[in-house]
Design a protein around this ligand. Structure first.
Ligand code: PLP
Length: 368
């Protein structure tokens, strides 16, 4: 068996101990005589798996009282509609901070339900489109907005917030699909946090929603019952059949993160991995004539998705092919941007980033 270093942006690599335990328990989960996939979601065994996963997630994130933790389906793009349906209430507009492809998608979807106010955008940034997070002082917020939407980490551009914005009394909503659980977060600063599981948590099919209880109960009448947060919360995320196997794997990942030392330890590991890669890019630019370049502003560099280009675009294909031959896969940049994207989520070991940096140096020596 050979496992590769998988730099995919999502679905993404998972911790090997989690996959091993899932393999061991595949045919017979803890003496039940069946796979978790085959269990009734209302039976005692799966109810225990569900309760365990929910409480571990709460503990990891330090979710304060007064917040619901929901396991849903539909992905982050589903939430782009589900959030406005649930939070708009009597209000008519939503403030958006436009920082890249994912916030753009969120705005497009929300525009079907509300007036979209682009309170700040880095689309036309003189240093390059979507290469930074607009400074908080420049945001033109509307005090009557239903909420302020941000994308904490733009997975495609590789641009991440280095701060939690203060938006006053208007609820802050964050798409955290690609950065959730990568570092401690002060949940009390948010009205709602959502994200698909397939980047930093587990298999696709599970969507995490953390929402302030006081924001529930204002869903538009057209909201599908299965996507009404209050209904989902009142039914313990079991109004309808939840994605049971994905929840089981997520629970194992939560346990794995605890074993690693929790979110503070994850943050330290993630910072180390990102620094190693960005240092290699900076050294390339400074000392070696710059075969590799990253366009993202220094204080907005994503710790999760490191995007860069080869100065000579024709070298991208041989660079990626050489990486593949060395067991490093899925490094091709998103089609919108081209170039290279290394997604280095929680489950990417330091050794994977070390291997990538070594290959970059070797490639640079041969092509510099
Ligand atoms: C991957 C991703 C999405 C899309 O999520 P789906 O689960 O495919 O709907 C949205 N936002 C961000 C920030 C992402 O990384």
């Amino acid at each position: 068996m050979t496992r590769v270093f998988n730099f995919s942006a999502g679905p993404a690599t998972l911790p090997e101990p989690v996959l091993r335990q899932a393999a061991d328990e595949m045919l017979d989960w803890q003496g039940s005589g069946m796979s978790v996939m085959e269990m009734s979601h209302r039976g005692p065994q799966f109810m225990a798996i569900m309760a365990d996963a929910l409480s571990r997630l709460r503990a990891l994130l330090g979710v304060p009282p007064g917040y619901e933790v929901l396991f849903m389906q539909g992905g982050a793009l589903g939430e782009n509609a589900i959030v406005p349906m649930n939070l708009l209430g009597d209000q008519h507009s939503i403030d958006f901070i436009d920082t890249g492809e994912w916030s753009k998608k969120s705005m497009q979807e929300a525009a079907r339900y509300a007036r979209v106010n682009v309170a700040a955008s880095s689309a036309e940034d003189p240093a390059g489109s979507y290469t930074r997070i607009p400074a908080r002082e420049t945001w033109q917020l509307d005090a009557n907005a239903a909420y302020v939407h941000i994308c904490s980490n733009e997975t495609i551009g590789g641009v991440e917030y280095g701060f939690t914005p203060d938006v006053g009394s208007v609820p802050l909503v964050a798409d955290m699909s690609s950065s959730i659980l990568s570092q401690p977060v002060d949940v009390s600063k948010y009205g709602l946090i959502y994200g698909g599981a397939q980047k930093n948590i587990g298999p696709a099919g599970l969507t995490i929603v953390i929402v302030k209880t006081s924001l529930l109960g204002r869903a538009l009448p057209c909201t599908p019952t299965a996507f009404n947060y209050r209904v989902v919360a009142e039914n313990g995320s079991m109004y309808n059949t939840p994605p049971t196997y994905a929840i089981y794997i997520a629970g194992l990942v939560f346990k794995w993160i605890e074993d690693q030392g929790g979110l503070a330890a994850m943050a330290a590991r993630n910072a180390e991995k990102a620094a190693l890669l960005y240092d290699a890019l900076d050294r390339s630019a400074l000392e070696r004539g710059g075969l590799f370049v990253t366009r993202v502003a220094r204080d907005c560099r994503s710790r999760m998705n490191v995007t860069f280009h080869l100065r000579d675009e024709a070298l991208t294909a041989p660079f990626l092919a050489g990486a593949q031959a060395r067991g490093m896969v899925q490094l091709r940049g998103h089609r919108v941007l081209g170039g290279v994207r290394a997604s280095i989520y929680n489950a990417m070991p330091l050794a994977g980033v070390q291997a990538l940096v070594a290959w970059m140096a070797e490639f640079e020596a041969a092509n510099g």
